[in-house]
Design a protein around this ligand. Structure first.
Ligand SMILES: C[S@@+](CC[C@H](N)C(=O)[O-])C[C@H]1O[C@@H](n2cnc3c(N)ncnc32)[C@H](O)[C@@H]1O
Length: 270
């Protein structure tokens, strides 16, 4: 079963609440944003070595899909020559406000990953965490990343990994327990993970997506979602989750299924 989703479906979803807003942002003041960052890097510690914010000093960096702006703030603090876009007004407003409170600079505006408004060969680094799989034409967005990178530049992109424990959980909840075991993982991610039409990729599909880059490194990480060690996201609450939290075999997953995490970290060189 396949369903078509539009970019408006995606922006409507993220305009209701930016990523993490309802769970991790109590106040949009300095303390509120500080606390949001603390929670974020505690839950997702692998962001720090992957993004390597300090290395961005004096580099031209584009972040696609800034969301609440925690990573954007880190790039600004590191001294990057910074540009950021997001599909939604809400995320741009949050990130502008967040940086202003800290006296930090970035060229921020609404924009679409699939149609970047920047000339070819502009940026040293293009960074995008958990964004491109939400856009209806992800391959087009990846080609745009390649286009705006300078030769020798690097793209650091996180997209979702298909064979993940989160995928297993969603499939049990929305396919097996509803007596619809024929529903595909692609359909389940598109319907039930986050914004309508969200996609997840196998390693080989990700290699294909980034095949026009010169050199590509891909690794997956187990997330707090795969291990059920946190709130499960703004769409997921209820009895099934409470039960799953009690019986989830975390040590088994950590030991035997460590390659089945939801996040796929891709470093691609132009
Ligand atoms: C899951 S959030 C991630 C936000 C942030 N990077 C983070 O890690 O918290 C996804 C973000 O991608 C943005 N987004 C989705 N499609 C986009 C597109 N085509 N162009 C730019 N931003 C997009 C959404 O508006 C949303 O803010």
């Amino acid at each position: 079963m396949s369903v078509e989703y539009t970019k408006k479906d995606v922006s409507d979803f993220w305009n209701e609440a930016s990523c993490g807003e309802s769970l991790y942002l109590e106040h949009s003041n300095k303390e509120g944003f500080e606390s949001h960052s603390q929670i974020r890097y505690k839950l997702e510690p692998y962001i720090l070595p992957f993004a390597d914010f300090e290395k961005a000093k004096n580099k031209k960096v584009l972040e696609i899909g800034v969301g609440l702006g925690a990573d954007h703030q880190k790039f600004a603090e590191a001294g990057a020559e910074l540009t950021g876009i997001d599909l939604t007004e809400r995320a741009v407003a949050y990130t502008k406000h967040r940086l202003k409170l800290q006296g930090l600079q970035s060229n921020l505006g609404q924009g679409d990953a699939e149609n970047l408004s920047f000339p070819n060969n502009t940026f040293d680094v293009v960074y995008s965490w958990g964004v491109l799989h939400h856009s209806p034409d992800t391959p087009k967005a990846v080609l745009e990343v390649l286009r705006v990178l300078k030769p020798g530049g690097v793209a650091k992109v996180m997209i979702y990994h298909k064979y993940s424990m989160v995928g297993v959980m969603l499939w049990i909840r929305y396919a097996l327990l509803k007596f619809k075991p024929f529903l595909s993982l692609n359909y389940i991610y598109a319907q039930y993970l986050e914004s309508p039409g969200t996609k997840a990729y196998t390693i080989n599909e990700a290699k294909e997506l980034f095949s026009k880059f010169k050199k590509v490194n891909i690794k997956t990480v187990l997330t707090h979602g795969d291990l059920l060690t946190s709130h499960a996201g703004q769409k997921h609450q209820g009895l099934f989750l409470s039960l799953a939290r009690l019986i989830w075999p975390r040590w088994f997953i950590r030991y035997f299924l460590k390659d089945n995490g939801l996040f796929m970290l891709i470093e691609a060189h132009k």
